[in-house]
Design a protein around this ligand. Structure first.
Ligand code: S3P
Length: 447
């Protein structure tokens, strides 16, 4: 539905955001392979996570929904008719992780998705899964994907694209097939699968390679950075790795909270988010807020189910431009649209590079962000791998398009708060993909 967006610069208060989508998908999907029940506390109710619930139900997992938790009871034996079609809707995490799981099983499944998901690349996982011995039939590199599960071979792989979805697909494939696996990452990506398997399973070992300072042989008075390996992380699964079941307590989703924190940042307000996920592979947005001139305070930090969490208070200030590139871009992968919105209200010119991956998200997020920024009068350049955004003051209201993408809809609903006149969004329903509560939460922190 079309939504009218009214300016309101006063953003203050305290909220909790729904549970982390990435962690929720993993808890549900791992339950298919589990020997005992998996209880996911704070499982979010959004359309992506509902798609995953329906998918795991097809594998015979019994689902009990209580007030605050979803209990997944795995079947004794998975019985799935050949060529069962599983509709993954808009959710790439569901499709990609399930592709791995089925590839290593004895099942034959067809994975499909909506028009948006059907355009997203699948070869990044089809190629390594075929190398492991799986049989997959893609549609020119995309869904629908027919998968004939096979007993897979032990596998070693260095991720060519920094993608937590590909990494997790391979882990689920190895788990389903009970074969050993070694994955190396050059750039750290979100590690919820590894953490969860360590918590509710066994047979996984993770080694993070840390840099140290050593005397420089050319000048012993100086020190230089030494990396003992040429990769950042190694994940090993033994052939005995398995899921046993247990409790997964899901913290608030930092990628959803980012929109509200951005509103406080631009409006120079103070916003507290309780029980927010603080896994270090996901906190680049907090570092970004600090780097552009905000205050970020963390209280009550604790770890549950292996996942760090705490109370975060953001206080906005005079925002400054910053160059975002390399590992920082990977860390901000889902936050780039709202990072670009903040850049429009910052002093100076923000350059975002190494963000080519954004072209194959729920929409082409580089083009969608640039188009909406230009509609609100911002000078914005579209690069092959990023954006250049010139900060401006006193921008007029605009008619935004969501491009069918929840994060574009939320990013520009935030931008509209700080424009000089009313704006509109062509379709607000897409926010339901990750946060149906978005407009209610936003209302609750407006003065
Ligand atoms: C996700 C990984 C990221 C992210 C997506 C969720 C996950 O995708 O953008 O929203 O849950 O593993 P990539 O693995 O494609 O980078």
């Amino acid at each position: 539905m079309k939504r009218e967006l009214v300016p309101n610069r006063n953003i203050n208060g305290e909220i909790t955001v729904p549970g982390d989508k990435s962690i929720a998908h993993r808890a549900a999907l791992l339950s298919i392979l589990s020997s005992g029940p998996v209880t996911a506390v704070n499982y979010p109710d959004n359309s992506d996570c509902r798609v995953t619930l329906e998918a795991v139900r097809k594998f015979g997992v019994e689902i009990e929904q209580n007030d605050n938790a979803v209990v997944f009871k795995p079947p004794h034996q998975i019985k799935l008719p050949d060529d069962t079609i599983i509709d993954c809707g808009n959710s790439a995490t569901t499709a990609r992780l399930l592709a791995g799981l089925v590839a290593g099983s004895t099942m034959e499944v067809i994975l499909s998705g909506d028009d948006f998901l059907s355009r997203r690349p699948m070869m990044r996982l089809v190629t390594p899964l075929k190398e492991m011995g799986a049989e997959l039939f893609d549609q020119e590199g995309c869904l629908p994907l027919k998968i004939k599960g096979k007993k897979l071979l032990p596998f070693e792989y260095r991720l060519p694209v920094p993608s937590a979805q590909v990494k997790s697909a391979l882990i689920l494939a190895a788990l389903a097939s009970r074969c050993s696996l070694l994955i190396r990452e050059d750039t750290l990506t979100r590690d919820h699968t590894e953490i969860m398997l360590g918590q509710i399973g066994e047979g996984i070992a993770v080694r993070e390679i840390k840099a140290s300072m050593v005397p420089d042989p050319k000048d012993p008075r100086k020190k230089k950075v030494f990396m003992p390996e040429d990769f950042k992380k190694e994940i090993k699964l033994t052939s005995g790795a398995r899921v046993k079941g247990g409790l997964v307590d899901i913290p608030g989703d930092i990628s959803t909270a980012a929109f509200f924190m951005a509103a406080a940042a631009i409006g120079r307000g103070t916003l507290t988010i309780k029980n927010l996920g603080l896994n270090p592979t996901r906190t680049a947005f907090l570092e970004h807020l600090k780097a552009i001139g905000c205050k970020v305070e963390i209280k009550d930090k604790t770890t549950l189910s292996g996942e760090a969490r705490g109370q975060v208070t953001v206080t906005g200030g005079t925002l400054k431009a910053r160059k975002v590139a390399g590992e920082t871009t990977v860390g901000l992968i889902d936050e780039i649209p709202v990072v670009a919105v903040m850049a429009a209200f910052a002093e100076g010119t923000t350059v975002i590079r190494d963000a080519r991956e954004l072209k194959v998200k729920e929409s082409d997020r580089l083009a969608a962000t640039a188009a909406n920024l230009q509609r609100m009068g911002v000078k914005c350049g579209l690069l092959d791998d990023g954006l250049v955004v010139e900060g401006t003051t006193e921008l007029p209201g605009a008619d935004f398009s969501s491009f069918g993408d929840h994060r574009i809809a939320m990013a520009f609903s935030i931008a509209a708060l700080f424009l000089e006149g009313p704006s509109s969004l062509d379709d607000d329903s897409v926010v339901a993909v990750s946060c149906p509560e978005f407009y209610n939460l936003l209302e609750s922190i407006k003065a």
